[in-house]
Write a protein that binds this ligand. Structure first.
Ligand code: AMP
Length: 189
């Protein structure tokens, strides 16, 4: 029988290291890292219909509509590699998306195993984001992305704390230390 890996969500502000850590955790556990931001950037780069629809919203640092995101995530989670577990990076970002994710996973039988919050002070976030040099990383866009996180995504921390899935990790340390802390928090080391 296949070894079934965990179904994880990495939660954290832009610049908290979700993308880096999702890849490291996924490689360690042999499950895919699923980054909605990367999927959308790829769509923009390819000039696909999806890419054309999301390009302006992304470059302004705002969120793509929940309904469109549902389609993106539904398709990705249905792929065979995601049946053995996954690390989601950048989804869910709103309460509606959290509900959608529950429904999508419910269709397959089980829910999430853990939601890991990468906790990083705001000054460090701004510094990291400006140093990263991505197209949507000008300072005003960085601030917009942080404001969107505060308003729309931060409430998910409480939601996942209440249902007992939340694990909080200090994300202000070295990449290696944070990876170890995540693996410890999910009981996977
Ligand atoms: P990220 O790389 O996760 O920071 O995502 C980059 C951008 O893609 C975000 O600023 C949003 O415009 C868009 N995006 C990624 N994931 C989502 C999501 N779950 N909901 C809405 N928009 C998203």
């Amino acid at each position: 029988m296949d070894v079934v890996g965990p179904r994880l969500v990495l939660l954290g502000a832009p610049g908290s290291g979700k993308g880096t850590q999702a890849k490291r955790i996924a490689a360690t556990l042999g499950i895919p890292a699923i980054s909605t931001g990367e999927m959308l950037r790829q769509a923009v780069a390819n000039g696909s219909e999806l890419g054309q629809r999301v390009a302006d919203v992304m470059s302004a640092g705002r969120l793509v509509e929940d309904e469109l995101m549902s389609e993106v995530v539904r398709g990705r989670l249905a792929a065979p590699d995601a049946r053995r577990g996954f690390v989601l990076d950048g989804y869910p970002r709103t309460a509606v998306q959290a509900t959608t994710l529950d429904e999508l996973l419910g269709e397959g039988g089980d829910g999430l195993d853990a939601v890991v919050l990468l906790d990083v002070p705001e000054e460090v976030l701004v510094e990291r984001a400006l140093g990263r040099g991505r197209a949507d990383d000008q300072e005003d866009v960085v601030r917009a992305r942080l404001a969107v996180y505060d308003e729309q995504t931060r409430p998910l921390v409480e939601l996942y704390r209440e249902c007992g899935l939340l694990r909080t990790v200090d994300g202000g340390r070295s990449i290696e230390e944070v990876t170890d802390a995540i693996l410890g928090a999910i009981g996977g080391d």
